[in-house]
Design a protein around this ligand. Structure first.
Ligand code: AKG
Ligand code: FE2
Length: 372
């Protein structure tokens, strides 16, 4: 008699998408890029024109037409929601060891915000790639149970990242695969999907922490893909140094460049400052679930500027840069791990102890540590 095969998957706890805010906020005028044009004749050229200005001046833009369906996104959000509802002991079974800069695994909110008695309100789970290099990385049972859905989604996100790297290489007049080769999915890298949950806060707590949920920062890697979020809270710093809100675009992906891409382009591509603040009044009671992909260069990729004719023409690359040898360079892995350790270790968020002009530095790589 054939045996009955039980589906080993736990039931998911569906994520109910909150209604967008009705508040009229000072929205960032982000360019909307329709990635479905990519494979059409002349499509890449058109996208390059649209992206050119955004990557240099805003460092943020929004993608639509990514080919990822709303159903796929919602399913991942529901898996994420199910994960965060697990008992704490279960979530603690695979923790990120930030003391060595390893951000893979679960992080619970234990740190105090600045010098207050209010703790952070964000839990995160960072899921590494599904390639042989990461077979032995510990994963939660729940994540393993949904591996047949998370693994293809993980790789699918990289295919979006891949298209962006081709467009950016064209902008830089580099061979089209220059950046793709430095961000291969099948090479070891610190890429991950992040599930993150911000728990709603009381008005009095928000007041104590000056409404700041996640302090101003630049991302550590190359590109960040953030599934557009109905709960308004993300703000970016405009070219005029003003905080602007990021608007919800259903099914869209908010993209931004980070430090390693800025290093590879000597600052031509902007690693943009952003932060998370308390949502407007009509969303104040909502938990905020997020889904992000962080793309980082291959672990051994040297952090030296690309030999881009644009960077040379515009004076970004000097004779000194051209003399820099890859074997003497800081690798992407060294930079990213050092930054994770620096930012996430400790009992309080860093803004408490440092002056706003503090820099974080690994050898010759320097970024501003945080932004008020
Ligand atoms: O939650 C968000 O909207 C942004 C989070 C973020 O900036 C980060 O995790 O680096
Ligand atoms: Fe960020």
């Amino acid at each position: 008699m054939p045996s009955v095969v039980n589906d080993p998957k736990p039931q998911v706890d569906p994520w109910i998408k909150p209604a967008p805010t009705n508040a009229s906020l000072d929205w960032a005028p982000l360019q909307i890029i329709d990635l479905s044009k990519y494979d059409l004749p002349g499509g890449k050229e058109e996208l390059v024109k649209e992206l050119q200005d955004s990557v240099r001046h805003w460092g943020f833009w929004t993608i639509v037409g990514s080919g990822i369906s709303q159903e796929q996104i919602d399913r991942q959000l529901s898996i994420a929601n199910t994960f965060f509802k697990l008992p704490l002991e279960e979530k603690r079974k695979v923790r990120a060891d930030v003391s060595v800069g390893n951000n893979f695994g679960y992080r619970e909110p234990t740190r105090f915000v600045k010098n207050t008695d209010v703790k952070e309100n964000m839990e995160t789970l960072n899921v590494p790639k599904y390639t042989p290099d990461y077979n032995s990385v510990p994963r939660h049972d729940l994540i393993k149970a949904f591996e047949d859905e998370i693994a293809p989604f993980h790789r699918l996100l990289w295919t979006v990242v891949r298209k962006l790297f081709v467009l950016l290489a064209i902008i830089l007049e580099l061979p089209e695969d220059y950046l793709v080769e430095r961000h291969q999915y099948d090479e070891p890298s610190e890429d991950h999907i992040r599930f993150l949950m911000y728990h709603a806060r009381s008005a009095s707590e928000n007041k104590k922490i000056g409404d700041q949920w996640l302090g101003g920062h630049t991302d550590f890697g190359s590109l960040t893909l953030l599934f557009s979020q109905p709960v308004a809270a993300l703000q970016i710093r405009s070219p005029d140094n003003e905080w602007k809100w990021v608007k919800y675009i259903p099914g869209g992906i908010t993209c931004n460049a980070g430090d390693t891409l800025s290093f590879l382009t000597k600052g031509y591509i902007k690693s943009t400052i952003h932060r998370v603040v308390s949502p407007p009044a009509d969303q104040a009671n909502l938990d905020r679930l997020g889904l992000i992909y962080f793309s980082r260069p291959g672990n051994s990729v040297p952090m030296i500027p690309a030999p881009s004719p644009v960077l040379i023409k515009e004076g970004y690359i000097t004779g000194e840069d051209e003399k820099q040898l890859p074997e003497d360079a800081v690798t992407a892995f060294e930079y990213v791990r050092a930054r994770v350790k620096h930012v996430l270790e400790g009992k309080a968020t860093r803004d408490a102890q440092r002056s706003p002009d503090a820099v974080f530095q690994v050898s010759y790589l320097k970024v501003q540590d945080y932004y008020v």
